[in-house]
Ligand binder design. Sequence first.
Ligand SMILES: [Ca+2]
Length: 253
Amino acid sequence: MYKGITIVSALVAAIGFVAAAQAEIITFENPPYTLAALNGQDGWTTNANSTVIAKPATFPESAGAQSAWLKPVDTTIFNTSRGLAGADFADVTQFSMLYDFNVGSANGPYQEIILGTSDGLNIIHLGVESPLNQTYTRLYAFDGAAVSFYATNIAGKRHAFSITATISFATQTYDLTLIDLADSSVYSVTGYQFQNTVSLAQAQAGGRLLFDVGFRGGSAYVDNVSIVPEPSSLALLGCGLIGLLVYAWRKRK
Ligand SMILES: [Ca+2]
């Protein structure tokens, strides 16, 4: 009886692990996007500055024929496009998306993607810009008040990136990998600090993926957006336990 209960407990832990590990990716098919499918609680919203459209021919390989198009209404001012609300977070959370941008040629155009909370606390602050009076385009990430550049010249390349970040609330850091889809070059940082101190509780209370797009030129497309809370170490322990039980059961037979 005791062994039976243990096996049931391990099974429950394993099921929990599988549920937590399932990635739900927003592919923006069948516009407008309305399905509450990301961890059962997402809500992609569009406003005057964003909509869901057919994927441009230049868009990188991704699921389906639709993408979210973030567009400027007035290229002389800062526009904010709100994206995914109610994202679920765990101690370790993986965020990924495809990002295809064109910053245009107006003075000082830039765009930013922010993964943060509804309280305005930024976890990841990632951007692309063509600095005023400069001829190059660069990618940057904010780390507190500082700005760090891990690619200083991406001009002349296809401006489409695969972005993956693994966020740790325990250490308040994230690992970030960008793959340039034009030439497969990889930019990565590890152990990068959150821009703001954000506890797991704060993120769970106000999780929101903001496409805070500072349009002063150009436009952007996003696709395959996912935020996946990774399984807890306890659930992993359950999986290890079930493996041991199966081994013991087979040995007895
Ligand atoms: Ca799509």
